[in-house]
Design a protein around this ligand. Structure first.
Ligand code: NAX
Length: 332
């Protein structure tokens, strides 16, 4: 089988450190699929990246055909089949949200243009670096020759967190819980929605709502826990989520690559204005199904009550503000 070429940016960072071996052991693209890993980071990180390359060699991985480490986007984006855009400008003390957005516009404008120029037109892109949804929007804008459906931002970590919290509450394995939805932005305005979720408890599949029997918890503490989970990990670890983020990147890409069957997964993808009234063009997290042809489709027809409508509108409003700020900084 021919190798596929997979780019990971921010390759000297902490998420990449957990992610790279899972790609190279076949956990993402399959146990038969040889891969070439392309590692992009910025010039001051090249020495550290050398160490990562040495470790990948030392893992002696049969599926890993080649490793390229570079700080040159023309090299990094050439002929790639998948792009995991993890690297981003971190928020520094005293930095306003707007400053962070603007610093990232520069990075994702440049990487979008590099995708347009050098990548395969079938490339599948997941943006992880924050603000992930808006970074993906900018990246897509500067890669007009690549289908919009090939761009996504990651909310799978939020989905995994939500699924795990519900499973823990019901004392069932995580896989017994299905169809939890993350709507909107990968930020504290996201709406983790268990209204359509099901759980298999004692061999019987039922609505999570009926199994939990605690609406107050589902409407308050559950939602807040997922919205604030990233901050809670930082407070405890003094570092942001890395192991769980890497696992979620693998889950997102594997389901995209192979299809997710009848499971719903949450991916932030381009809104076409339907079916939930989210403004067209925003990169917004929806429940999607993914076919074996690698095409995702938004799950339609879900009942949106007033509570849900308010939460979806709030996170859409934040994303529209981010978009406006980011686009203002794009002079062309
Ligand atoms: P680290 O600071 O450990 O690593 C980031 C790496 O990116 C660094 O090596 C840095 O040099 C590199 N980098 C910066 N600018 C770059 C550029 N222009 N090209 C290539 N590389 C560049 O951060 P880490 O913990 O790995 O997190 C990476 C990003 O993921 C952050 O933006 C973080 O906020 C975001 N996250 C997003 C999540 C999501 O669910 N969407 C969850 C986890 C994580 O917080």
């Amino acid at each position: 089988m021919d190798s596929i070429r997979v780019l990971v940016t921010g390759a000297a960072g902490q998420i990449a450190y957990s992610l790279l071996s899972s790609i190279a052991t076949g956990e993402v693209f399959g146990k038969e699929q040889p891969v070439e890993l392309v590692l992009l980071d910025i010039p001051p990180m090249m020495k550290a990246l050398e160490g990562v390359v040495m470790e990948l060699q030392d893992c002696a991985l049969p599926l890993l055909n080649d490793v390229v480490a570079t700080c040159d986007e023309a090299v990094a984006f050439a002929n790639i089949d998948a792009a995991m855009l993890v690297g981003a400008m971190p928020r520094r003390e005293g930095m306003e949200r707007k400053d962070l957005l603007l610093a990232n516009v520069k990075i994702f404008k440049s990487q979008g243009a590099a995708l347009d120029k050098y990548a395969k037109k079938t490339v599948k892109v997941i943006v992880v670096g924050n603000p992930a949804n808006t970074n993906a929007l900018i990246c897509k804008k500067y890669a007009p020759s690549i289908p919009a459906a090939n761009f996504s931002a990651m909310t799978r970590l939020d989905q995994n967190r939500a699924q795990a919290q519900l499973a823990s509450r019901l004392s069932v394995p995580v896989n017994a819980v299905q169809n939890v939805v993350i709507w909107g932005n990968h930020s504290s305005t996201q709406y983790p929605d268990a209204r359509h979720a099901t759980a298999e408890v004692n061999g019987v599949t039922q609505r999570v709502h009926d199994a939990v029997k605690d609406d107050a918890w589902l409407h308050n503490d559950f939602i807040k826990c997922i919205q604030q989970r990233g901050a809670a990990v930082i407070q405890a670890r003094k570092l942001s989520s890395a192991m769980s983020a890497a696992k979620a990147i693998g889950d997102h890409m594997r389901d995209w690559w192979f299809g997710a069957g009848d499971r719903w997964v949450s991916m932030a993808v381009t809104s076409d204005g339907n079916p939930y009234g989210v403004p067209e063009g925003l990169i917004f997290s929806f429940p999607v199904t993914v076919g074996a042809d690698k095409q995702w489709k938004i799950v339609e027809g879900l009942n949106i009550n007033d509570f849900a409508r308010e939460k979806i509108e709030l996170t859409a409003k934040e994303l529209a503000e981010e978009r406006d700020m980011a686009l203002e900084a794009c002079t062309d």
